[in-house]
Write a protein that binds this ligand. Structure first.
Ligand SMILES: [Zn+2]
Length: 101
């Protein structure tokens, strides 16, 4: 990373929300080079990549994530976070999508 640059791990769900975050970052830290990491191919990790690209950020991810981004497929938008567990433990596995396997 470049000296004085910032690292963003994942993005908010949308480009609009990511643009708002980038504005806040610039107000708080000043204009700096931005590097971003997409940890996986879900909308909660890279749904705001268009705003990062527009801001000139360098974006990195695993080979699998990069391959899925390059395919043009939409990122998985299923929400995987189950309600906070109460009572009995879950007996069913959490749902998965094709890009998660
Ligand atoms: Zn996710």
């Amino acid at each position: 990373m470049l000296e004085g640059s910032l690292l963003l791990v994942n993005t908010p769900y949308t480009s609009a929300a990511t643009a708002r975050l980038l504005t806040w970052i610039e107000v708080r830290y000043g204009r700096r080079p931005l590097t971003a990491v997409n940890t996986h191919f879900h909308v909660d990790a890279l749904g705001g990549n268009a705003a990062l690209v527009a801001a000139g950020a360098r974006i990195y991810g695993s080979d699998a994530t990069a391959r899925l981004v390059a395919s043009g497929a939409p990122p998985c938008s299923r929400r995987f976070a189950p309600p906070w567990p109460t009572g009995r433990p879950r007996r069913r596995p959490l749902p998965t999508c094709a890009s998660c396997r």
